[in-house]
Design a protein around this ligand. Sequence first.
Ligand code: SF4
Length: 363
Amino acid sequence: MTKKEYIIPIFIPFLGCPHDCAFCNQIKITNYKDKMDPSKVIGEIEKNLEYFPDNDNIKEIAFFGGSFTGLDPDVMIGYLEIAKEYKEKGIIDRIRLSTRPDYINNSILDILKDYKVDIIELGIQSLTQKVLDANERGHSVEASYEASKMIKKYGFTLGHQIMPGLFNDTFDKTIETVIKSIKFGPDIVRIYPTLVIKDTKLEMLYNAGIYKPLTINEAVKVSAEAAMLYKFADINIIRIGLQPTENINEGADVVAGPFHPAFRQLVEAEIYKKYLEEIINKNHIENEFTIYTNNRNISLIAGNNKANKKYFYDRYKINLKFQNSYEDFILYNDKKLEFNIDKFIENYVRKNYGGDLLLDSKA
Ligand code: SF4
């Protein structure tokens, strides 16, 4: 099992962002004028460190919340100086930041290397130009490709963040984005289904009936498909669904859209549902069968509020039963059947997307 990692999130202000992406509420955010204040940043880091246990697990400072490399260079370097000092003293192990693809160039990457940044996450959102334009991102697909290539060349860990369900996005366009993203070769990825946030253009479009956000069900389906593709390509999915932050709270700032506090679990349950459906059909299963797996998986497979259990009963009149076990398998009519989700994902992607083709052309 991988060791827990400890993240110190520093939310940077969106000072001076010249962009006006349809889904971003920077109008509201720029209202609080928050210059870089070293004592505040150090205070935030120290506060977090106090809560961390004294062990050798990875500890990280992560700059979230805006386009880090779009900040005024002095402000950016001010943040980096603080983080670098903590890293050099061995108090933290890693520095992470997120930014826009068009705010990456050689001079910026030189600075980030000097300040010992480890991970750069790009908000690529979509890799279809029409969706980028419709959401007023103000950069091209090409910019995402170039930025990804440069980040990898410099030896940083590359992250991609994608947003299924943007204005004018479709299931197919999201999948096109995922496939292109895989070819750009990120190490890690975050899948953030689009939410309608207060004081955004998307909210106006939503109120005017022009934009329809994904339902939870649609968001789960497209995220499950995306997750299977990334998993096949061995890309670590570090988050699915938006983390409730100081700006994003259900009921407060989320006007509409597929917000769910346990979104990732819904997506994982959806993948299991696909797999179980295949097992049932292939083996002509009737009445009931028992899944032997470890306790941790059982609630995932059963689904949120036992949604998968209900689904298989309602649709096939089959009872899913569970047994805690170290070995994963299915017992049906005294016969042992294979139960291997990784193998299922591999076969699924090969069958539906020509898997090898996907990996061969990896940039
Ligand atoms: S999403 Fe990023 S680039 Fe777009 S307006 Fe918001 S802060 Fe600016």
